[in-house]
Design a binder for this molecule. Structure first.
Ligand SMILES: [Fe+2]
Length: 285
Protein backbone atom coordinates (compact mmCIF):
# COMPACT_ATOMS: atom_id res chain seq x y z
CA UNK A 1 0.00 0.00 0.00
CA UNK A 2 1.29 3.42 -0.90
CA UNK A 3 1.38 4.84 2.64
CA UNK A 4 3.96 2.23 3.75
CA UNK A 5 6.33 3.98 1.36
CA UNK A 6 5.89 7.40 2.93
CA UNK A 7 9.16 8.42 4.62
CA UNK A 8 9.94 10.32 7.82
CA UNK A 9 13.25 11.36 9.32
CA UNK A 10 13.97 9.83 12.71
CA UNK A 11 13.89 13.32 14.27
CA UNK A 12 10.54 14.31 12.71
CA UNK A 13 8.91 10.92 13.38
CA UNK A 14 8.87 11.60 17.14
CA UNK A 15 10.23 8.14 17.99
CA UNK A 16 13.09 9.58 20.03
CA UNK A 17 10.60 10.93 22.61
CA UNK A 18 11.11 8.78 25.71
CA UNK A 19 13.69 6.60 23.88
CA UNK A 20 16.49 4.54 25.40
CA UNK A 21 19.91 4.50 23.69
CA UNK A 22 21.47 1.16 24.59
CA UNK A 23 24.92 1.66 23.03
CA UNK A 24 27.22 4.69 23.16
CA UNK A 25 30.82 5.80 23.59
CA UNK A 26 29.97 9.10 25.27
CA UNK A 27 31.79 8.43 28.58
CA UNK A 28 34.72 10.78 27.87
CA UNK A 29 38.38 9.88 27.58
CA UNK A 30 38.21 6.12 28.09
CA UNK A 31 38.16 4.66 24.55
CA UNK A 32 38.03 5.75 20.88
CA UNK A 33 34.81 7.68 21.49
CA UNK A 34 34.14 11.12 22.98
CA UNK A 35 37.36 12.65 24.30
CA UNK A 36 36.35 15.51 26.60
CA UNK A 37 33.82 16.13 29.35
CA UNK A 38 32.63 19.28 27.49
CA UNK A 39 31.77 17.30 24.34
CA UNK A 40 29.99 14.66 26.44
CA UNK A 41 27.89 17.35 28.14
CA UNK A 42 27.02 19.00 24.79
CA UNK A 43 25.87 15.63 23.43
CA UNK A 44 23.74 15.02 26.54
CA UNK A 45 22.11 18.45 26.08
CA UNK A 46 21.32 17.61 22.43
CA UNK A 47 19.99 14.19 23.46
CA UNK A 48 17.69 15.81 26.01
CA UNK A 49 16.38 18.29 23.42
CA UNK A 50 15.62 15.31 21.14
CA UNK A 51 13.56 13.71 23.90
CA UNK A 52 15.87 10.80 24.79
CA UNK A 53 15.07 9.55 28.29
CA UNK A 54 17.78 7.01 29.10
CA UNK A 55 21.33 6.45 27.97
CA UNK A 56 23.63 3.47 28.41
CA UNK A 57 27.32 4.35 28.35
CA UNK A 58 29.11 1.32 26.89
CA UNK A 59 32.87 1.95 26.57
CA UNK A 60 35.04 -0.64 24.84
CA UNK A 61 36.77 -3.30 26.89
CA UNK A 62 39.21 -5.37 24.83
CA UNK A 63 42.85 -6.47 24.69
CA UNK A 64 43.86 -3.13 23.09
CA UNK A 65 41.66 -1.08 25.48
CA UNK A 66 41.73 -3.05 28.76
CA UNK A 67 39.50 -0.71 30.78
CA UNK A 68 38.73 -2.08 34.24
CA UNK A 69 35.21 -1.90 35.65
CA UNK A 70 36.57 0.15 38.57
CA UNK A 71 38.22 2.75 36.32
CA UNK A 72 35.04 3.14 34.24
CA UNK A 73 32.89 3.42 37.37
CA UNK A 74 35.12 6.27 38.63
CA UNK A 75 34.84 8.12 35.29
CA UNK A 76 31.08 7.50 35.29
CA UNK A 77 30.80 9.13 38.73
CA UNK A 78 32.70 12.16 37.36
CA UNK A 79 30.28 12.46 34.42
CA UNK A 80 27.26 12.18 36.72
CA UNK A 81 28.71 14.89 38.99
CA UNK A 82 29.23 17.23 36.01
CA UNK A 83 25.81 16.56 34.42
CA UNK A 84 22.72 18.33 35.75
CA UNK A 85 20.15 17.30 33.12
CA UNK A 86 17.29 14.82 33.21
CA UNK A 87 18.54 11.87 31.16
CA UNK A 88 18.95 8.72 33.22
CA UNK A 89 22.53 7.56 32.80
CA UNK A 90 23.67 3.93 33.16
CA UNK A 91 27.09 2.32 32.91
CA UNK A 92 27.79 -0.95 31.07
CA UNK A 93 30.51 -1.94 28.59
CA UNK A 94 30.98 -3.31 25.07
CA UNK A 95 33.20 -6.37 25.30
CA UNK A 96 35.24 -7.58 22.33
CA UNK A 97 35.15 -11.38 22.11
CA UNK A 98 38.88 -11.95 22.69
CA UNK A 99 41.33 -13.38 25.23
CA UNK A 100 40.75 -10.45 27.59
CA UNK A 101 37.03 -11.22 27.82
CA UNK A 102 37.74 -14.95 28.27
CA UNK A 103 40.08 -14.05 31.16
CA UNK A 104 37.30 -11.99 32.80
CA UNK A 105 34.79 -14.81 32.28
CA UNK A 106 37.23 -17.41 33.62
CA UNK A 107 37.81 -15.27 36.69
CA UNK A 108 34.06 -14.96 37.24
CA UNK A 109 33.64 -18.70 36.69
CA UNK A 110 36.41 -19.41 39.19
CA UNK A 111 34.62 -17.23 41.74
CA UNK A 112 31.36 -19.09 41.11
CA UNK A 113 33.11 -22.49 41.22
CA UNK A 114 34.75 -21.60 44.53
CA UNK A 115 31.38 -20.78 46.10
CA UNK A 116 29.92 -24.01 44.71
CA UNK A 117 32.84 -26.09 45.94
CA UNK A 118 32.55 -24.48 49.35
CA UNK A 119 28.83 -25.29 49.54
CA UNK A 120 29.50 -28.86 48.36
CA UNK A 121 32.25 -29.36 50.93
CA UNK A 122 29.53 -28.76 53.59
CA UNK A 123 32.18 -27.87 56.11
CA UNK A 124 33.55 -31.44 56.30
CA UNK A 125 36.93 -30.57 54.84
CA UNK A 126 36.63 -26.87 55.49
CA UNK A 127 36.63 -27.16 59.32
CA UNK A 128 39.54 -29.58 59.33
CA UNK A 129 41.52 -27.18 57.18
CA UNK A 130 41.27 -24.12 59.41
CA UNK A 131 44.61 -22.94 60.73
CA UNK A 132 44.71 -20.46 63.59
CA UNK A 133 47.76 -18.25 63.94
CA UNK A 134 47.41 -15.85 66.86
CA UNK A 135 43.99 -14.21 66.53
CA UNK A 136 43.71 -14.88 62.77
CA UNK A 137 42.02 -18.00 61.39
CA UNK A 138 42.83 -18.98 57.80
CA UNK A 139 40.90 -21.55 55.84
CA UNK A 140 43.06 -23.91 53.81
CA UNK A 141 40.25 -26.17 52.60
CA UNK A 142 41.66 -27.72 49.41
CA UNK A 143 38.23 -27.94 47.84
CA UNK A 144 37.50 -24.22 48.27
CA UNK A 145 41.01 -22.85 47.84
CA UNK A 146 41.47 -24.58 44.50
CA UNK A 147 38.51 -22.64 43.15
CA UNK A 148 39.88 -19.41 44.57
CA UNK A 149 43.27 -19.91 42.95
CA UNK A 150 41.59 -20.12 39.55
CA UNK A 151 39.98 -16.72 40.02
CA UNK A 152 42.67 -14.39 38.74
CA UNK A 153 42.31 -10.72 38.01
CA UNK A 154 39.33 -8.41 37.72
CA UNK A 155 36.12 -10.42 37.76
CA UNK A 156 33.78 -7.44 37.83
CA UNK A 157 31.72 -7.47 34.67
CA UNK A 158 29.59 -4.52 33.59
CA UNK A 159 26.32 -6.03 32.34
CA UNK A 160 23.69 -4.06 30.41
CA UNK A 161 19.92 -3.83 30.96
CA UNK A 162 17.69 -3.02 33.89
CA UNK A 163 17.94 -6.58 35.25
CA UNK A 164 21.72 -6.71 34.72
CA UNK A 165 21.32 -9.96 32.77
CA UNK A 166 22.97 -9.14 29.43
CA UNK A 167 26.57 -8.78 28.30
CA UNK A 168 27.06 -6.54 25.24
CA UNK A 169 29.65 -8.15 22.94
CA UNK A 170 31.24 -7.29 19.59
CA UNK A 171 33.69 -8.97 17.20
CA UNK A 172 35.92 -7.97 14.31
CA UNK A 173 33.84 -6.77 11.34
CA UNK A 174 35.58 -9.09 8.92
CA UNK A 175 36.47 -12.38 10.63
CA UNK A 176 34.79 -14.65 13.08
CA UNK A 177 36.80 -14.60 16.32
CA UNK A 178 38.46 -17.74 17.61
CA UNK A 179 36.27 -19.71 20.02
CA UNK A 180 33.22 -17.48 19.42
CA UNK A 181 30.64 -20.21 20.17
CA UNK A 182 32.56 -21.31 23.27
CA UNK A 183 32.70 -17.73 24.59
CA UNK A 184 28.99 -17.13 23.96
CA UNK A 185 28.26 -20.41 25.74
CA UNK A 186 30.44 -19.39 28.68
CA UNK A 187 28.52 -16.10 29.00
CA UNK A 188 25.27 -18.10 29.12
CA UNK A 189 26.64 -20.58 31.65
CA UNK A 190 27.37 -17.62 33.96
CA UNK A 191 23.68 -16.66 33.80
CA UNK A 192 23.83 -13.86 31.21
CA UNK A 193 22.37 -13.44 27.72
CA UNK A 194 24.96 -12.42 25.12
CA UNK A 195 23.74 -9.23 23.38
CA UNK A 196 25.53 -8.92 20.03
CA UNK A 197 26.23 -5.27 19.16
CA UNK A 198 25.34 -4.22 15.58
CA UNK A 199 25.13 -7.73 14.05
CA UNK A 200 24.44 -6.12 10.66
CA UNK A 201 28.04 -4.85 10.53
CA UNK A 202 29.73 -8.27 10.53
CA UNK A 203 30.64 -9.24 6.98
CA UNK A 204 31.35 -12.87 7.93
CA UNK A 205 27.76 -13.46 9.15
CA UNK A 206 24.99 -14.36 6.69
CA UNK A 207 21.26 -14.80 7.20
CA UNK A 208 21.66 -18.45 8.22
CA UNK A 209 24.22 -17.47 10.86
CA UNK A 210 21.87 -14.80 12.27
CA UNK A 211 19.04 -17.32 12.58
CA UNK A 212 21.37 -19.84 14.25
CA UNK A 213 22.67 -17.29 16.77
CA UNK A 214 19.11 -16.15 17.48
CA UNK A 215 18.00 -19.76 18.10
CA UNK A 216 20.94 -20.15 20.51
CA UNK A 217 19.62 -17.31 22.68
CA UNK A 218 21.93 -14.54 21.43
CA UNK A 219 20.13 -11.18 21.36
CA UNK A 220 20.75 -8.45 18.79
CA UNK A 221 21.21 -4.66 19.06
CA UNK A 222 20.58 -2.45 16.01
CA UNK A 223 22.81 0.55 15.24
CA UNK A 224 20.49 3.35 14.06
CA UNK A 225 23.14 4.70 11.66
CA UNK A 226 23.06 1.34 9.81
CA UNK A 227 19.55 2.15 8.57
CA UNK A 228 20.81 5.55 7.40
CA UNK A 229 23.47 3.88 5.25
CA UNK A 230 26.16 5.21 7.58
CA UNK A 231 28.23 2.02 7.15
CA UNK A 232 27.41 1.41 3.47
CA UNK A 233 24.73 -0.27 1.39
CA UNK A 234 25.49 -3.88 2.38
CA UNK A 235 25.17 -3.12 6.10
CA UNK A 236 21.96 -1.17 5.46
CA UNK A 237 20.47 -4.13 3.57
CA UNK A 238 21.41 -6.55 6.33
CA UNK A 239 19.87 -4.24 8.96
CA UNK A 240 16.64 -4.04 6.95
CA UNK A 241 16.53 -7.87 6.68
CA UNK A 242 17.14 -8.35 10.43
CA UNK A 243 14.48 -5.74 11.20
CA UNK A 244 11.94 -7.23 8.78
CA UNK A 245 12.48 -10.66 10.37
CA UNK A 246 12.01 -9.34 13.90
CA UNK A 247 15.49 -10.41 15.04
CA UNK A 248 16.49 -7.23 16.87
CA UNK A 249 15.76 -6.79 20.59
CA UNK A 250 16.90 -3.21 21.15
CA UNK A 251 18.54 -0.26 19.37
CA UNK A 252 21.37 2.15 20.04
CA UNK A 253 23.38 4.95 18.49
CA UNK A 254 26.94 3.55 18.98
CA UNK A 255 27.74 7.26 19.10
CA UNK A 256 31.49 8.04 19.13
CA UNK A 257 31.28 11.80 18.37
CA UNK A 258 28.79 14.66 17.96
CA UNK A 259 28.69 14.40 14.15
CA UNK A 260 26.92 11.03 14.23
CA UNK A 261 23.84 12.60 15.86
CA UNK A 262 22.97 14.37 12.60
CA UNK A 263 23.43 11.19 10.54
CA UNK A 264 20.93 9.45 12.82
CA UNK A 265 18.35 12.21 13.17
CA UNK A 266 18.28 12.90 9.40
CA UNK A 267 17.91 9.21 8.58
CA UNK A 268 14.73 8.67 6.54
CA UNK A 269 12.61 5.63 7.35
CA UNK A 270 9.54 4.20 5.67
CA UNK A 271 6.41 4.42 7.84
CA UNK A 272 6.33 0.69 8.57
CA UNK A 273 10.00 0.76 9.59
CA UNK A 274 9.36 3.77 11.86
CA UNK A 275 6.97 1.61 13.93
CA UNK A 276 9.50 -1.23 14.19
CA UNK A 277 12.37 1.07 15.22
CA UNK A 278 10.14 2.92 17.70
CA UNK A 279 9.49 -0.38 19.48
CA UNK A 280 13.23 -1.16 19.68
CA UNK A 281 13.94 2.30 21.08
CA UNK A 282 11.34 1.91 23.82
CA UNK A 283 11.91 -1.74 24.76
CA UNK A 284 14.21 -2.62 27.59
CA UNK A 285 16.11 -5.79 28.33
FE1 LIG B 1 30.39 0.42 20.09
Amino acid sequence: MWFWNKKHTIAASGILQGAVDHHSHILPGVDDGVETMDEALRILATYEALGIKELWLTPHIMEDIPNSAEKLATRFDELKAAYSGNIQLHLAAEYMIDNHLRKLLNAREGDKTNKLRHSQCEGRWHEQSEVTEGSKTTNNCHSCVRGASEAEGDNNLLPIGTAGKHILVETSYYNSPMRMDETLQQIKSLGYFPLLAHPERYMYLDNTDYLKLHSQGVKFQLNLASLAGGYGKTVKKKAEWLLANGLYNIAGSDLHCEDTIEIITKCELREKVVEQVEKLLHDSI
